[in-house]
Design a protein around this ligand. Structure first.
Ligand SMILES: Cc1cc2nc3c(=O)[nH]c(=O)nc-3n(C[C@H](O)[C@H](O)[C@H](O)COP(=O)(O)OP(=O)(O)OC[C@H]3O[C@@H](n4cnc5c(N)ncnc54)[C@H](O)[C@@H]3O)c2cc1C
Length: 288
């Protein structure tokens, strides 16, 4: 690993100034569970690491029943999984945060880092997409809000521009009679990345029919993939096994999997069908 300088700013403004300073090749540093591995492999050689864990705005979880959930970009997966309001209102997010690595990784790894790393297999990303999450970003030209569904643009690449920093993730308040679920397939119990994953979110009307639905996939396209058509196909339908199979078939058709050491494209496409159907069943159970 090449030598680098380390700075730990205590405000968003200070962090943005450090990141935007073109005299440094600077990178934000949260848990380091991706970044340090990538630096050791020589994928990145930043001159300056800007530790974001000392900035209060990035280190908070706030829930309000009308405003929803705010998760600071430096909040660890373990902290998130222990938060009572997150456990109660957003179990679909816990599904994802609680399977990232093992206990030690979850104490370092952040949801913000998982998103900014933009791996197609990032487990939290489909879970955030189906919940309608947006990313609040600060940069040299001010603050902007980006739907998480539009955040990743290629493997390892995001919409973040020079000097921009992810500050927080915002998730709308829970809708009555709604539920979300995220599932993935890995060939062993833990500490592996997804061969394929599927997140689902459903909202039901008072008559029990589906009024809104979202489905998103991991590890089967160059970026985590929101399959809008699969959710739309469920609207107005009853939450039956047949309706879930139909939506799963649309998700399968939208997937663009590759074959690699973890699995073949055909296996991944098959998994998308199974996982989407099961994630929809899981989301439906949580609407009750
Ligand atoms: C053993 C092991 C097992 C793992 N298992 C899984 C798994 O099962 N599922 C899974 O999805 N991932 C897994 N991972 C990957 C990893 O833990 C996650 O992607 C993690 O969530 C990244 O968060 P971090 O805080 O460690 O980010 P870091 O490594 O600090 O940063 C990751 C990237 O995001 C950028 N970044 C960080 N914070 C910000 C910010 N606020 N604004 C802008 N850019 C930022 C960094 O510059 C870097 O490019 C595993 C990793 C290891 C080492």
């Amino acid at each position: 690993m090449q030598p680098f300088t380390y700075q730990a700013p205590t405000s968003v403004g200070e962090a943005v100034t450090l990141l935007a300073d073109s005299t440094h090749q600077a990178r934000p540093f949260a848990g380091g569970t991706d970044l340090l591995v990538q630096m050791r492999r020589g994928l990145y050689a930043p001159e300056l690491l800007v530790d974001v864990k000392h900035i209060p705005e990035l280190n908070r979880i706030a829930f309000d029943p009308t405003a929803g959930l705010t998760i600071g970009a430096a909040v660890s997966c373990a902290w998130l999984c222990d938060h009572p309001a997150v456990r109660q209102h957003y179990p679909g997010l816990i599904d994802a945060a609680s399977i990232i690595g093992g206990a030690a990784i979850q104490r370092r790894a952040t949801l913000g880092g998982n998103l900014c790393n933009a791996a197609p297999s990032g487990d939290s990303i489909p879970a955030l997409i189906v919940l309608g999450a947006t990313a609040t970003v600060a940069g040299p030209h001010g603050t902007r809000s980006i739907p998480v569904a539009d955040f990743c643009i290629a493997p390892g690449k995001t919409v973040l521009g020079p000097g921009e920093l992810l500050v927080a993730l915002r998730i709308p308040p829970p809708v009555p009679r709604s539920g979300a679920c995220y599932l993935r397939f890995i060939p062993r119990g833990e500490m592996d990345i997804a061969v394929a994953g599927a997140g689902a979110w459903l909202a039901l009307g008072e008559d029990g029919s589906i009024t809104d639905a979202r489905i998103a996939l991991s590890a089967v396209a160059p970026t985590p993939l929101w399959v809008k058509a699969a959710g739309e196909a469920l609207i107005g339908q009853s939450p039956t096994e047949d309706a879930f199979k139909e939506a799963a078939a649309i998700a399968q058709a939208a997937a663009r999997p590759i074959s690699d050491v973890r699995g073949t494209a055909a296996q991944r496409r098959h998994l998308v069908g199974v996982l989407t159907r099961r994630a929809l069943q899981g989301a439906y159970q949580r609407t009750k």
